[in-house]
Design a protein around this ligand. Sequence first.
Ligand code: PAP
Length: 327
Amino acid sequence: MDQDELHMNVRDDNVSEETKKLISSLQTDKDSKGKICKYQGCWYYYNTLQGVINFQKHFQPEDTDIVLASFPKSGTTWLKALSIALLERSKHDDPLTHPFLSDNPHGIVPFFEIDMYLKSSTPDLTKFSTSSPRLFSTHMPLHTVKEGLKGSPCKIVYLCRNAKDSLISRWYFRGKYQNKEVTRSILESMFESFCSGACFYGPIWDHALSYWRGSLENPNHVLFMRYEELKTEPCPQLKRLAEFLGCPFTKEEEDGGLVDKILDLCSLGNLSGLEVNKTGKNWMNMDYSNFFRKGEVGDWKNYLTPEMEKKLDMIIEDKLKGSGLRF
Ligand code: PAP
């Protein structure tokens, strides 16, 4: 398997006969990396779908579990870092032993369908999540995640990001792990799939809407956060996250500057400068450094033409009409 196939989980050698049968009844398509199919309204590579199904069938939730959800390239690494730092803050007074020194947030908080259930329907969960409460993550939409959570009241945090910034981040990421130059023609083809919705984990509007509606229906169960708000008002947003996770800051902590300390610890500058993130790799042999780039709001303006901007904006506006959501 070449690096590219490995990283995108494009090969379907872990797909069971049962899943192949299911796929034959689904809408299918192809992107530049391989075959994709639409399951419960979301597009997956075939073997990622196997991970999704394994998760839905076999995951055994605990009421205290926490699930961090996002569309790819929406700041998942950041959300994972902030959540770990919040939940584990009393355990790591000594900065020299902080878990961020030995692993990337992605190594600490596993993805259900990508890390845990991709190759096995019965992974050893104690190997994957060592934190208490258990922290997991996913790129699946809410209704698909809920099936695996089987009615558990566990908390779900969704991080939403501007679609155009997610797209540009995805384009760069693809270039990095393929070790190829990022070209306009690749961006243009990714843009078209993104607009049609037929891209890995797309359509982005349905993805965000699933969590938006879930957060309106049950705000104690689903927290809807935004990358842009985390950038512009980090302190109140971190406090909001802490409250939702059931670990609000005490007055002493706030007076002692802990909110800012956690924000500094989890900043792109700090994390990307740590040795483990400069030289480390994940289990798929992907450089952790690939998860850090600019971390800016509105970087898409440097790459998308006004026509592209207008087209994607119009599609998203139309798809979100009447929902109360804008992004
Ligand atoms: P994933 O979906 O593959 O897990 P994810 O972490 O969501 O990746 O996305 C990476 C983006 O988050 C990058 O955005 P950019 O390409 O627009 O720069 C990355 O720079 C950004 N990012 C990673 N860590 C942080 C952080 N600590 N603070 C802010 N942004 C971050």
